[in-house]
Design a protein around this ligand. Sequence first.
Ligand code: URA
Length: 211
Amino acid sequence: MKVNGRIVENPEHWVDLIKDRVELDDRLVKTVKRLYVLLYKPTGYITSKGDPEGRPTVYDLLKDVPSFVGTVGRLDEDTSGLLLLTNDTMLAERMTNPTFHVAKTYLVKCATRLSDESLQKLRQGIELKDGMTRPARVKRVRDAESKTFLELTITEGRNRQVRRMIEALDSKVLKLVRIQLGPLTLDGMKSGTWRILTEGELKELKALTRQ
Ligand code: URA
């Protein structure tokens, strides 16, 4: 195999099929176009390529996407909302790298009415078993008799983080929707559909993750 004109003998050598020129037996291996897909994930789909238990995956909703795109972070099976997928591994890495502090906003329905003091704790940081959370932005959207609806913005992406933050306040998440990721929103999209990012959105994402 030749990569960018140099012979490579190590079969485990990593190539980037977008940026590298790869030749095999003197024939150019087709490069892949960069794709950036925004999916409005419904609940009931797992963020994984396959599932031993046969549950539906987000890829069942992306059958007509022309090449494989990997997920940028994850949403739980029972979380809905905005999921970004791409074959641009560098952008994906940066979007999930905690040093870039990419903001993710969730609409959260809590099983109890949360006090102002509890919201303040979310803002300041909460002790979880894997360490303190970074300060969050919190907006009380509305209260029902025994529920609170919040908009919560975090800049990390730990496993089940929002659910664990709310549980640390002795409450529970009843419904969780990711409504924003950096500059991307679900505006105008229907659950279960996907679209390609606009040039403008892509520019903003790149600016956000530039060092
Ligand atoms: N936090 C969670 O708890 N779950 C998600 O799916 C996303 C963020």
